[in-house]
Design a protein around this ligand. Structure first.
Ligand SMILES: CC(C)(COP(=O)(O)OP(=O)(O)OC[C@H]1O[C@@H](n2cnc3c(N)ncnc32)[C@H](O)[C@@H]1OP(=O)(O)O)[C@@H](O)C(=O)NCCC(=O)NCCS
Length: 162
């Protein structure tokens, strides 16, 4: 899949360093560690994979976005999604999310959940456009700062159970 400026492909261990650079730029207060990405990627390969991690690469081979999804039984969670500031508004966030949702379907999940900071309206708008609906709050979920998380949920098409 491509946009005018980037191509999506599976995230591999050699992407962790460039992903961490973006991670620290975009989530300065609660950036993931190298070990967290290694642990997630360990679940993203092979016939029993439960996770999907994807990167977006620009024409020079630079990682300009990434996203990850974890499934457990019939529920999936958007673990992370991020796009380099210089590429915001170009549709890359939508492409990354589309990739994750396709994998949620492949993992036979009935619903996808996510947490988003209550003050992150940009990300919330992206999720709303895909049909995610707010279902509650997690108080003080983001530390430091004691920022609440809005929990959002999407029923995966074709697997509606309620
Ligand atoms: C949230 C985030 C991933 C969105 O990425 P993005 O690439 O800007 O997302 P998109 O371009 O698909 O959509 C964003 C906006 O651009 C608009 N857009 C999409 N395609 C477009 C295009 N081709 N031309 C112009 N605008 C476009 C969308 O309509 C959308 O606008 P809206 O929010 O007013 O509806 C990005 O802002 C980010 O990395 N933020 C920091 C990390 C973060 O907060 N992650 C979420 C944690 S829960």
């Amino acid at each position: 899949m491509t946009t005018a400026t980037a191509v999506l492909r599976e995230m591999r261990w050699w992407d962790i360093d460039p992903v961490l650079e973006l991670e620290h730029e975009l989530f300065p207060d609660d950036a993931w560690s190298t070990g967290m990405f290694w642990s997630e990627l360990a679940r993203a390969r092979g016939p029993r994979a439960t996770h999907r991690y994807v990167v977006a690469e620009d024409p020079d081979g630079r990682v300009v976005g990434y996203a990850g999804l974890a499934s457990a039984g019939d529920l999936a969670d958007v673990q992370t999604i991020a796009v380099s500031r210089s590429h915001w508004g170009g549709g890359l966030g939508s492409e990354l999310l589309t990739d994750l949702l396709r994998h949620a379907t492949a993992f036979e999940c009935a619903a996808v959940l996510l947490e988003v900071r209550v003050d992150n309206t940009r990300a919330q708008k992206l999720y709303e456009r895909f049909g995610f609906e707010p279902i509650g709050f997690r108080r003080g979920y983001y530390q430091p700062g004691n920022i609440d998380a809005l929990v959002m949920r999407l029923t995966v098409q074709g697997t509606e159970t309620d």
